[in-house]
Design a protein around this ligand. Structure first.
Ligand SMILES: Nc1nc2c(ncn2[C@@H]2O[C@H](COP(=O)(O)OP(=O)(O)O)[C@@H](O)[C@H]2O)c(=O)[nH]1
Ligand SMILES: Nc1ncnc2c1ncn2[C@@H]1O[C@H](COP(=O)(O)OP(=O)(O)O)[C@@H](O)[C@H]1O
Length: 306
């Protein structure tokens, strides 16, 4: 009769705990593969979608994200909050929209696909009045480790602007001399009016010292930097909506109605170019947008670690 007895509960428990250990080991292996760059997080997500109850499907979103070398716990928490995914969610249990948001997040960041990154130069561009200057100013105030490039310009200083902080205000002749001397990394005539250019020296010095540099320049400048330094990463700042962009331009009150209309026409062309950029950040809240831009630089910083 003994051989017909049901399996004692403790035998079940042992088998279950062995299975749990094996599953944990299998998940640890996947995490190690992502951490070493052997597999990308995107590939792991694709496998989890195909087999939601397999090893990848049982992996938590939080575990996958922190396996990516550029992402620590704090950043991971910010990311899942932004993607509206609960920390307890496993890859195989994500709803369709959550899955799409996670996939977009992972594929929009080429540096994450490779685990490490290759550039410390970030270019911030976007349509007029979207808040480029405001976000760059916030970064200057709150992230002193980031060097904000100071451009040279032929336009006159506005009230409150400081030489060497807002811009280097130079004459037309001086600007010609800088161009001829190869002192500018890029330059452009902006809004069909004045010339603006990025002095090459401080950018080269900062990058050579391993520091992160932010250039807040126009679309033509962003394209020129991409040609001169293909390792630069281009960020396009977007308004929450077209109406909000118009409100910001009018609210700033620095242009007359004709100039506002002209800039809005240019803004339409600029918005159409957003696909050329590596990343898109929506400027809902200045602090959040600044943090998103700086997060991209922390990714860069990870590349210089042994
Ligand atoms: N290409 C290029 N554009 C720049 C540079 N510095 C500033 N800009 C752009 O010039 C434009 C005009 O800037 P500004 O005179 O401060 O006026 P705003 O547009 O009213 O803020 C903005 O789109 C800036 O992004 C630069 O060094 N190179
Ligand atoms: N996140 C934001 N929310 C509300 N207003 C903003 C935000 N960012 C910038 N602004 C406002 O929008 C206007 C345009 O910003 P600005 O930084 O001058 O734009 P840009 O440098 O892109 O031309 C300013 O009045 C600024 O205070």
């Amino acid at each position: 009769m003994a051989e017909n007895r049901p399996t004692p509960p403790e035998v079940d428990r042992v088998a279950a705990s062995r299975a749990a250990v094996a599953a944990r080991r299998a998940r640890a292996k996947v995490k190690a593969e992502v951490a070493s760059g052997e597999r990308t997080a995107l590939e792991v997500l694709a496998t989890a979608i195909k087999d939601p109850i397999g090893v990848e499907g049982r992996l938590r979103v939080t575990e996958l994200l922190v396996s990516i070398p550029a992402i620590g716990v704090t950043k991971m928490q910010r990311i899942i909050h932004r993607l509206e995914i609960s920390p307890s969610k496993r890859l195989g249990g994500l709803g369709r929209h959550q899955r799409d948001r996670l996939r977009d997040f992972l594929s929009e960041r080429p540096t994450l696909r490779h685990g490490v990154a290759d550039s410390k130069l970030i270019v911030l561009a976007g349509p007029t009045a979207v808040g480029k200057g405001t976000v760059a100013g916030y970064i200057r105030e709150n992230y002193p480790d980031v060097l904000l490039s100071v451009s040279a310009t032929t336009r006159a200083p506005r009230p409150g602007e400081t030489e060497g902080v807002s811009y280097y205000f130079v004459s037309d002749d001086e600007f010609d001399r800088m161009v001829a001397g190869g002192e500018l990394l890029e330059w452009a005539k902006v809004h069909n009016a004045y010339r603006y250019g990025t002095p090459r020296g401080p950018v080269d010095t900062a990058i050579a010292a391993g520091n992160s540099v932010l250039l807040e320049i126009d679309l033509q400048g962003a394209r020129a930097v991409r040609r001169a330094m293909p390792e630069a990463r281009l960020v396009f700042l977007l308004p929450p909506s077209w109406d909000e962009l118009v409100r910001r331009l009018i609210g700033r009150g620095t242009e007359d109605a004709a100039e506002q209309a002209r800039r809005l026409e240019t803004a339409k062309l600029e918005l159409a170019a957003q696909g050329e950029f590596d990343y898109r950040v929506i400027n809902h809240d200045v602090g959040d947008a600044a943090r998103e831009v700086v997060d991209l630089m922390e990714i860069r910083a990870a590349s210089s670690m042994p």
